[in-house]
Write a protein that binds this ligand. Structure first.
Ligand code: 3PG
Ligand code: MG
Length: 414
């Protein structure tokens, strides 16, 4: 078991500087004058650990990334909007350095008062953060560790990034006494319930655009999940694998054989795939596109013919998915059922979200995995407490369920 944050607190942190890796990678709307955080879920989820540490008198330095800048400072990926929102939510002082391990970070870190938080600028502004070269990452990690002065410590609270072998997630743990933050601990405990012996029936709902992102998790869930409900853009590769035409809908032809293999193996593995029976087909990809609901095996029969674009599962499928979820003991959901950002194509995602909230009320364990799905349920007006657990990590929770080794957890000795 990795040492916990409480273990660190029991050693005393007053007068010490603690380096915390947080996941502040929030979606931004950059269309206005100043970029605005559109979903602050990850900021809220990062607060408890920062509150505990500052409350105990530590000087806290936060390392975080935003987006995928190319290893050089880029204003579009600045942590400024995220940190401004974090500061609004926090009841302790929060500042942002102008650089990551440069002069400004060094000066602010040296002067940092107990009970205060200093966030470093985006760690991915330095190419060594994500380098494949162990030596480069170690050198960057050493600069980060040096910011803590003597007697520093490291806390990993960035669940969303534990699947990354990056300097601020992985290498840093070999340089400072390291502890697992409460968010990582909670996330791992919930996922352990899914990979252990989940209360049956175990229903998995998968959506999102790319089937290739979900192959490994499907592979690992065949035989473990009782039912896998498939929607979102990835469903068209399933429908095509069954021999149906899908018009202009998203299709990953190179995955057709793999998907056919899953469909063939499912029955013997004891897993049932539940596919939609109707699809909302649109003339084009836009919020106001003309659209019709047609049978899933007749997508090209809509008035848009072979140009028709499937953008959501239909109402009959939404109801069937809800009925399937209604009997579940455990539900894991990753990926929206359709283009929920457009009202006309949000029905499937709403139906699944609503069914999860009802399953939660009757005592089933419901887990929503991933930044996109979490943002989806919040933007559709659902609240976090209507679900058993909303994971802050999409890729990380999928890789955990895939049974992969997660570098950030390995580094903590877990
Ligand atoms: C996420 O958004 O899933 C995490 O913050 C990790 O980001 P990444 O996929 O760019 O590593
Ligand atoms: Mg992501």
């Amino acid at each position: 078991m990795a040492p916990s944050l409480d273990d660190l607190l029991s050693t005393g942190v007053r007068g010490r500087t603690v380096l915390v890796r947080s996941d502040l990678n929030v979606p931004l709307d950059s269309s206005g004058d100043a970029p605005r955080v559109t979903d602050d879920g990850r900021l809220r989820a990062s607060l408890p650990v920062l509150r505990k540490l500052t409350g105990a008198g530590a000087s806290v330095i936060v390392m975080a990334h935003l987006g995928r800048p190319k290893g050089t400072p880029d204003e579009r990926y600045s942590l400024k909007p995220a940190v401004a929102r974090l500061a609004e939510l926090a009841d302790f002082p929060v500042g942002l350095a102008a650089d990551t391990t440069g002069d400004n970070a060094g000066e602010l870190a040296a002067a940092l008062a107990g009970g205060s938080v200093l966030v470093l600028e985006n760690v991915r502004f330095d190419p060594r953060e994500t380098s494949k070269d162990d030596g480069e990452r170690q050198a960057f990690a050493a600069e980060l560790a040096a910011l803590t002065g003597d007697n520093g410590a490291y806390v990993d609270d960035a669940f969303g990034a534990v699947h990354r072998k990056h300097a601020s997630v992985y290498d840093i743990a070999s340089l400072l006494p390291s502890y697992q933050g409460d968010l990582v601990k909670t996330e791992v405990e919930v996922l352990q319930r899914l990979t252990g012996t989940p209360v049956a029936p175990f229903v998995v709902v998968l959506g999102g655009s790319k089937v290739s992102d979900k192959l490994a998790v499907i592979e690992n869930l065949l035989g473990t999940a009782d039912r896998i409900l498939v929607g979102g853009g990835m469903v068209f590769t399933f429908l095509a694998a069954q021999g149906h035409s899908v018009g202009a809908s998203l299709l990953e032809e190179d995955q057709l054989d793999v998907v056919k293999g899953y469909l063939q193996r499912a029955e013997q593995a004891g897993t049932e795939f539940v596919l939609p029976t109707d699809i909302v087909v649109a003339a084009k990809f836009s919020a106001d596109a003309a659209h019709e609901t047609v049978p899933a095996d007749g997508i090209e029969g809509s008035s848009f013919g072979a140009d028709g674009l499937g953008l959501d599962i239909g109402p009959e499928s939404g109801a069937a998915f809800a009925a399937s979820i209604a009997t579940a003991g455990t539900v894991f959901w990753n990926g929206p059922m359709g283009v929920f950002e457009f009202e006309a194509f949000a029905g499937g995602t709403k139906a699944v979200a609503q069914a999860l909230t009802e399953a939660t009320s009757r005592g089933a364990l419901t887990v929503v995995g991933g930044g996109d799905s979490a943002a989806a349920v919040r933007s559709l007006g659902f609240t976090d407490n209507q679900f058993g657990h909303i994971s802050t990590g999409g890729g990380a929770s999928l890789e955990y369920l895939e049974g992969k080794e997660l570098p950030g957890l390995t580094a903590l000795g877990q």
